[in-house]
Design a protein around this ligand. Structure first.
Ligand code: FAD
Length: 306
């Protein structure tokens, strides 16, 4: 891959300490613990390095995949001709004014919620248990227990595919259920600004603990997964339909519909992407037969198709 060699040379010249891993298995970077090797994984330590990698990629005709915490991704098992840029190194969290926090794309939502609690700021309790980053959270408009990223979102600094930095408002990101404009625009989120409300630290921590307790009771957090496999259809809840269709425990190879929460497909050990996909196809078919509803994946698929 000539373009990859050119990209690597350029980045190493500008950032001699740059971390670049070749043929890196994505199983190491996803909560599903599934995924074959990609051509290269870049792990920039800050925004300057990240923007240089993305600008140089554009100039060389490369379209890299941005990786947050890998908690919503299913990669192919086969080697992929793909360059991945992890933004986990962009993890600063700063206070701007009384109730505003600015976070780098790679900051974990959990860390952001902790930072808010420390400052007695309320509004992020819902996000504390979502195992993603700020970038992945905004991209997906992540949400839980009645809250969504868009409720607290003010603006984001994004890098356009052509390498320009722009500030985008919530309106411009056009949030809806598990959707933001970033899915179509190809822009990379570098940092985001959130507006919270003054609250009581003890009440905020109590709410976070209560929601974590609920998660632990209901979700199979002891097993690798990609979270909810399917989006909530307008007709009801995916988990209730999957359960109602008798599919708890259904699966192929190492992949199973969780016995604890039918909305999750879990990796029982050694599951391949194909095991997960076969399981998903079977679930979609059966739910269609029983409920006449076609479930759509919430998981983002890379190098594979349903
Ligand atoms: C146990 C478990 C529980 C979960 N619970 C919830 C829940 O309650 N609510 C919920 O909404 N989700 C939940 N999820 C799913 C997941 O955590 C969220 O979708 C999260 O927002 C994904 O963030 P991430 O950083 O892991 O993104 P990744 O999985 O790394 O990436 C997801 C997508 O975002 C893109 N992306 C990531 N960062 C950027 C960036 N900086 N700029 C542009 N694009 C970017 C990626 O290219 C990819 O297409 C859960 C997952 C697990 C494993």
């Amino acid at each position: 891959m000539l373009a990859l060699t050119a990209l690597t040379d350029r980045i190493r010249r500008a950032f001699p300490e740059a971390e670049i891993r070749f043929r890196e298995p994505m199983a190491r970077h996803t909560t599903f613990r599934i995924g074959g090797p990609v051509s290269a994984l870049f792990l920039p330590r800050g925004e300057e390095e990240a923007t240089e990698i993305l600008r140089a990629s554009h100039e060389l005709g490369i379209r890299p995949l941005i990786l947050g915490n890998g908690s919503n991704l299913l990669f192919s098992d086969a080697p992929m001709d793909l360059i991945v840029v992890s933004l986990r190194g962009l993890k600063t969290i700063e206070e701007k004014g009384e109730t505003v926090l600015v976070a780098g794309a790679g900051a974990l939502l959990r860390s952001l919620a902790e930072a808010a609690a420390e400052r007695s700021l309320t509004g992020l309790e819902f996000a504390h248990g979502i195992p993603g980053t700020v970038g992945g959270g905004v991209y997906m408009n992540a949400g839980a227990y009645g809250g969504e990223i868009r409720d607290i979102f003010v603006s984001a600094r994004v890098l356009t595919p052509a390498g320009r930095i722009r500030v985008k408002s919530g309106e411009e990101l056009d949030f809806s259920y598990r959707h933001s404009r970033l899915m179509e625009s190809g822009e990379t989120l570098l940092s985001a600004t959130f507006r919270l409300q003054r609250g009581e630290e003890s009440a905020i921590r109590e709410r976070m603990a209560e929601l974590m307790q609920k998660r632990m009771e209901k979700q199979p957090l002891d097993k690798p997964s990609g979270g909810s496999t399917f989006k909530r259809p307008k007709e009801g809840f995916a988990a209730a339909m999957i359960d109602g269709a008798g599919l708890k425990g259904y699966g192929f190879g190492g992949a199973r519909v969780s016995e604890k929460h039918a909305g999750f497909v879990v990796n029982e050990g050694g599951a391949t992407a194909e095991d997960v996909l076969k399981t998903m196809r079977g679930v979609i078919r059966r739910v269609e037969e029983v409920y006449g509803v076609t479930l759509e994946p919430e998981l983002r698929l890379v190098g594979v198709e349903l």
